[in-house]
Design a protein around this ligand. Structure first.
Ligand code: PSU
Ligand code: MN
Length: 301
C-alpha cells in the first residue's frame, strides 16, 4: 500500500515510527496527549524525525500532524487497527489507531526502519493461566517485517513463556539493552533470556546491518528494561490479571478489547505508579530508538 500523504521514502532519514493504538486505546486522557507530544519531542531532541502513524478518514498518515495526534487522543470513536482490518478501515474511510503490527507494516512501506513502542502484544493467557488462542498479530508481523522495534518486551499481562517461544519460532532476534533477560513491560526483568545482550547503540546497529545484509525477513526486537525502582511487582500484576480474566466482564470481551481491559485493570489497582511506569518506558524507548535510527543512517560517522 502506498501512503496517501506526501512523505516520499524516508529510508535516508533517521526516522522513528510511533504508534497510535497506545494513544487511543492504551492510555487515558490527558496522559495520552502529554505522552504523544513528549515522544515527538524526545525523538527530535536526538536529531531524528518523529513519525506518528495512523489512519485518518481512510488515509494512511505516516507523519500525523499535531491536530491529527490530538484527535487520536480525544476522539472516542477511533478503531483499533491491526492488519486484518486495515483494508476495511481504509476502504470505509474510517479513522483508526494502528497497533505495532499495522504500524511497522506502514512504516516499512514508507521507508522507516525503526519503531518505538511500550510493550508488544503476544500470546494471551486464559482464565487458568495457560496460553490462549488469542495471539497478537504483532507476533506474526514481527516475523515478516524487517524493521527494529524498540520496546520494553512483551506486555506483562501476557503468557510470557509462550510469547518468548513464539518470537523464537518466528525468527525474531531479541536483543537485550544492557540486560541478559527479556524485560516484561512495566515489570522490569523476566526470567526468559534474550538472544544477545548489547551495551552500545553501535553493537545494536551492527546486528541490524547484518540482518539486512543476510536479507532476513523478521524484525529485531530491542528490549529495554525499566529501572528496578520504577518497576511494578510481577507477582502483583499477575494476581490482578488473573482476577480480571476470571471476572464476568472478561467473558464478554471481543479479543481486541482484552489488552486495553487488562491494562486498565492494572491501572485501577495500582494507580499512578502503573501509569507513570508505562509512560516512562515509552519515553525511554523513544530516546533509544532515535539514537539507533541516527546510527543506522550515519554509518561510519
Ligand atoms: N504499548 C503500550 N500500550 C499499548 C500498546 C503498546 O505501552 O496499549 C498496544 C500496541 O499497539 C500493541 C497492542 O500492538 O497494544 C497489542 O494489542 P493486542 O494484544 O490486541 O494485539
Ligand atoms: Mn488479540
Amino acid at each position: 500500500m502506498t501512503p496517501s500523504d506526501s512523505s516520499a521514502s524516508l529510508a535516508a532519514a533517521p526516522a522513528v515510527a510511533l504508534e497510535t493504538t497506545v494513544l487511543s486505546h492504551g492510555l487515558p486522557f490527558p496522559a495520552n496527549r502529554d505522552l504523544a507530544f513528549a515522544l515527538e519531542d524526545i525523538v527530535e531532541a536526538q536529531s531524528a524525525l518523529p513519525c506518528t502513524i495512523g489512519i485518518v478518514d481512510g488515509s494512511v498518515r505516516t507523519r500525523c500532524t499535531p491536530a491529527e495526534i490530538e484527535r487520536f487522543c480525544t476522539d472516542g470513536d477511533i478503531l483499533k487497527v491491526s492488519l486484518r482490518n486495515l483494508p476495511v478501515v481504509v476502504a470505509h474511510r474510517r479513522t483508526g489507531a494502528t497497533t505495532v503490527a499495522a504500524t511497522i507494516r506502514l512504516a516499512y512501506d514508507a521507508g522507516i526502519r525503526v519503531m518505538a513502542t511500550g510493550g508488544i502484544g503476544g500470546v494471551h493467557q486464559d482464565g487458568n493461566g495457560a496460553p490462549s488462542q488469542d495471539q497478537s498479530a504483532d507476533l506474526t508481523e514481527l516475523g515478516r517485517c524487517p524493521v527494529t522495534v524498540v520496546c520494553a518486551g512483551p506486555k506483562a499481562i501476557l503468557h510470557l513463556e509462550a510469547t518468548r517461544e513464539r518470537l523464537e519460532t518466528l525468527g525474531v532476534t531479541v536483543v537485550g539493552w544492557q540486560t541478559d533477560t527479556m524485560p516484561a513491560f512495566y515489570c522490569g526483568e523476566s526470567v526468559f533470556p534474550v538472544d544477545v545482550r548489547c551495551e552500545t547503540i553501535e553493537e545494536v546497529a551492527a546486528i541490524v546491518r547484518a540482518r539486512d545484509a543476510a536479507r532476513l525477513p523478521a524484525a529485531i526486537l530491542l528490549t529495554v528494561p525499566l529501572a528496578a525502582e520504577a518497576s511494578l511487582s510481577y507477582a502483583r500484576v499477575s494476581a490482578i490479571v488473573a482476577d480480571a480474566l476470571s471476572s464476568e466482564e472478561a467473558r464478554g470481551l471481543a479479543p481486541p478489547q482484552v489488552t486495553p481491559f487488562l491494562l486498565t485493570a492494572v491501572r485501577q489497582e495500582l494507580g499512578e505508579q502503573a501509569l507513570t511506569a508505562n509512560m516512562d518506558l515509552l519515553k525511554q524507548n523513544a530516546a533509544i530508538a532515535a539514537r539507533l535510527a541516527w546510527a543506522l543512517t550515519h554509518a561510519g560517522l
